[in-house]
Design a protein around this ligand. Sequence first.
Ligand SMILES: Nc1ncnc2c1ncn2[C@@H]1O[C@H](COP(=O)(O)OP(=O)(O)OP(=O)(O)O)[C@@H](O)[C@H]1O
Ligand SMILES: [Mg+2]
Length: 366
Amino acid sequence: MAPRILIVEDETITAHHLRRILTRLGYAVVGVAASGATALEQIAQSRPDLLLADVGLEGEIDGIAVALLARERWETPTVFLTAYSDAETMRRARVTEPYGYLVKPFAEQELHATIEIALQQCGLEAARKQRAQSTNHLLVRTQEELNTVTARLFSAQEEERERIARDLHDDLGHRLALLQMDVEKIRGKLPAAIRDENKMEFDDAITRIGGIADSLRDVSHLLHPSILDDLGLEVALRRLCEEFQARYSIAARFSARRVPSHIRASTSVALYRIVQEGLQNVAKHAGPAAVNVALIGATTSLKLSIRDTGSGFDQESEKSRVGLGLISMSQRARLAGGTFEIQSEPNAGTQIHVSVPLESPPGNQE
Ligand SMILES: Nc1ncnc2c1ncn2[C@@H]1O[C@H](COP(=O)(O)OP(=O)(O)OP(=O)(O)O)[C@@H](O)[C@H]1O
Ligand SMILES: [Mg+2]
């Protein structure tokens, strides 16, 4: 199909001349507009592939204004025709990003070449835009799929951990308690002389069984913090900080303000896991440090911060990208409908800020 061109020219003779040449060159002339206003009407109606527009049109809307509106509203490209090529006109015309600029009088071949280049360029540009658009769609879809997969993974992981924690606690824990009772019962049945002779061994065995039961309980709580379900996020986080301080001898202070009594279970788990990973990172990477964890309720959101005074790190470095902890923290925050920010610099500590909405995020209702 022949490319469709609108001529925007107020000199009748020139316009007719152009129409004749363009037709001879094989283009379809969709019309001739003698004013800016008429040109805009015709573009809207016939949606030409190209405008051939005189810069110096009479009236309020000159050729440059027409070209600008045509590009903005309909993405129609323009080749300018002008009798003068002064710097100011050129500067104004450049703003419209024209595809060509012809100074009158021009030769037919010159007109032909300029139009062909303009049409080819805007064809290429349209194809590039289309490619960019489909890449963009693909990217959005991939991101959505990734979110779904991550959400499923997190919830499958929590369910699995909960199951293992329950088995450890209920089954192994129960059997250990029975074993401890059995040992004590056997000791009771032994003659006093033998019992006294082996007192230390018996005490040691019973203490060791108790120790194993304690470790089992710790592992089971780490796997699934049942305290979250029983006593809520604030208590669970306070306990987590206390245990962290006792285990690693790193000062861990917890503070909470205006924490609402009801927080969605999935949000509680997300924030709990974020603090767990944040503290783990302090122990693993921050060196000598103190850490502050704060949970603050606002009108519609819950804000969590984890700040340490340790070594900090360069966020641009390769090393900071290899782990999964930071990624999983930010994914958890995002899946809870919230935001995750981290600030860190070498020798300036690390600060993590999370904000999650208190109402259900869209598509993630409970
Ligand atoms: N609190 C912190 N203080 C100092 N450096 C940190 C801190 N948190 C994270 N980093 C740096 O950022 C990197 C990435 O942390 P991330 O938690 O993602 O991975 P990781 O802890 O190395 O491994 P993973 O968490 O997967 O076991 C760490 O290797 C460390 O260099
Ligand atoms: Mg980590």
